[in-house]
Design a protein around this ligand. Structure first.
Ligand code: ZN
Length: 125
């Protein structure tokens, strides 16, 4: 859970929001709103925020629940909305692909009539 703070820069006399977040390696680090990328998904559980650790330069990505999203936005972080691709919501039928299926498909793609072959298989089911 990130923590908001506020620091005054002596030169600019402007309040700068600092956000403390945790790097897996370095522990608590201080960031500014511009350091954080907040991606809010229409499917709430897929929302996340990420930043580059200012100490070790590692990319850190963490899930953002509603509370975290609210907190980061109130701290001045810009949120970008993204949607899960429709395929994620599709119902799936039939057995999962096997390595043999993949190899067959690879061989099929080498044939000039591969698309027609797929159409024939699809319309037969
Ligand atoms: Zn780090």
């Amino acid at each position: 859970m990130p923590i908001l703070g506020e620091e005054r820069s002596s030169e600019l006399e402007a309040a700068v929001t600092t956000i403390r977040a945790t790097c897996h390696t370095c522990g608590e680090v201080e960031l500014t709103p511009d350091d954080i990328e907040l991606r809010v998904c229409t499917h709430a559980s897929a929302s996340y925020y990420r930043f580059e650790c200012p100490l070790c330069r590692t990319e850190v990505q963490k899930p953002a629940d509603d509370r975290v999203v609210q907190l980061l936005i109130s701290g001045g972080v810009t949120a970008t909305v993204w949607e899960l691709p429709d395929e994620v919501q599709e119902e799936r039928a039939g057995p999962p692909l096997t390595m043999d299926d993949l190899l067959d498909f690879h061989l099929l793609l080498g044939r000039h009539d591969w698309f027609d072959s797929l159409l024939r298989v699809h319309s037969a089911t």
